[in-house]
Design a protein around this ligand. Structure first.
Ligand SMILES: O=C(O)CCC(=O)C(=O)O
Length: 259
């Protein structure tokens, strides 16, 4: 799979665009052959039963539909269950590009996978990734969001608010009491909607976004599952003197670290 040499790099204009907008879109992070392999791994993981996964690694980001079907399943740490995900050209390329954006001290953060089932995949609400994270730090991280099939707006491609990575973490709330997603407060979400830039992509393309960039992905109205595989990279977070007041987080999320 991986040649260990990166085959993708950013030019100066792309690096400047990322720092200006907080996101960037590339048409290919890896080869069609590797995308086909990744799709097999992905479908195997999503076909596995819940007890394959450690507690909390298989979550519903939205509530099931009226027929009881999952509408936005997420697998955290997929590489734990499919170690071949650690040895891909996509990862080599992503790490090299992340280094161009965040500097040479960049390291791997968590991977995850979010599936929008054909025809009934739910929207992913407007949010900033950092709203989920430890309030005792400021974070510097990027996510590489790679679809494993061509992905249009109607299938739920990523959408971003340009420049929003320069904001603080905005007020969020739990999307509903039973699901695991956070969403921006309604007035902020409405404002984001009016400024969104949608990024349709071919299979194996990638969007890259900063952890404070406001983003969303719509429902999947197509007849094809929308498979997204996401690799995260970061530099060491900076401790803050007074922890941020992320009142929307569930109390158990970071309880042990803050005790
Ligand atoms: O795949 C999705 O629907 C949303 C992904 C996302 O929010 C993220 O990668 O931060």
């Amino acid at each position: 799979m991986s040649t260990a040499e990166a085959t993708v790099s950013l030019n100066a204009d792309q690096i400047a665009a990322f720092h200006r907008d907080g996101f960037l879109s590339l048409p290919a992070l890896t080869s069609p052959d590797e995308v086909a392999l990744l799709r097999e791994v992905y479908d195997r993981l999503f076909a596995s039963t819940g007890d394959t996964f450690r507690a909390g690694d298989h979550l519903g980001l939205a509530t099931p539909d009226e027929d009881g079907r999952e509408t936005l399943p997420q697998i955290l740490n997929p590489e734990t269950y499919a170690p071949e995900l650690l040895d891909t050209q996509a990862r080599v390329n992503a790490l090299a590009v992340a280094g161009q954006l965040l500097g040479p001290d960049v390291t791997r953060a968590g991977d995850h996978a979010i599936m929008k089932p054909a025809g009934h995949g739910a929207p992913t609400p407007w949010h900033q990734d950092e709203a989920y994270w430890h309030p005792g730090y400021d974070h510097q991280a990027v996510s590489f969001w790679m679809p494993l099939q061509d992905t249009t707006v109607e299938m739920g491609c990523m959408q971003f608010v340009p420049g929003s990575h320069a904001l603080d973490v905005r007020p969020h709330r739990l999307a509903n009491p039973d699901a695991h997603a956070l969403e921006l407060e309604p007035a902020e979400a409405e404002a984001a909607d009016g400024r969104a830039v949608a990024c349709p992509l071919p299979a194996g393309g990638v969007t890259i976004h900063h952890c404070r960039t406001v983003h969303y992905a719509g429902p999947n109205r197509s007849g094809v599952p929308r498979r997204a595989y996401i690799m995260g990279f970061q530099v060491a977070p900076t401790p803050v003197e007074t922890p941020h007041d992320y009142y929307w987080q569930r109390p158990e999320w970071y309880a042990s670290e803050q005790a």
